[in-house]
Design a protein around this ligand. Structure first.
Ligand SMILES: [Zn+2]
Length: 129
């Protein structure tokens, strides 16, 4: 369950998106969980530049750096998510902490998503299109 931060170009809010898998990132469009807009700019590179640790953060964004990450092992994912959060130097908010806590307690990503209905956008708001 990779996590990326985006800036919505429509409502200008920061959006954290929890992807189910790395393959989904290449297939699905990120969508703003506030306004439903699909014009999102990924923030990871901007954070990297700000911290002058570009190569380090690029390593994190590179799937090959996920050696040791077992997506079928919630505890392994929780460790990786904490590491990523630390490397980014950002507080990803209480929702992120709750996800990690639940993964560490052994819940599967599916169970976590059911337990936190707002996760992954689609907050039940009707599309404004
Ligand atoms: Zn938006």
């Amino acid at each position: 369950m990779p996590i990326y931060e985006y800036r919505c170009n429509k409502c200008r809010r920061r959006v954290t998106i929890f992807w189910r898998s790395f393959s989904e990132i290449g297939e699905a469009l990120p969508r703003c969980s506030f306004c439903g807009g699909e014009d999102l700019t990924r923030l990871v590179s901007r954070v990297a530049v700000a911290k002058s640790e570009e190569s380090h953060l690029e390593d994190l964004a590179d799937p090959s750096s996920l050696a040791g990450l077992d997506e079928n092992d919630p505890k392994s994912m929780a460790r990786w998510m904490r590491k990523m959060s630390r490397e980014m130097g950002e507080d990803l908010g209480p929702e992120f902490d709750e996800v990690v806590d639940r993964l560490e307690s052994g819940q599967s990503p599916e169970e976590v998503e059911e337990a936190i209905p707002d996760l992954g956008g689609e907050p039940g708001a009707e599309s404004e299109f």
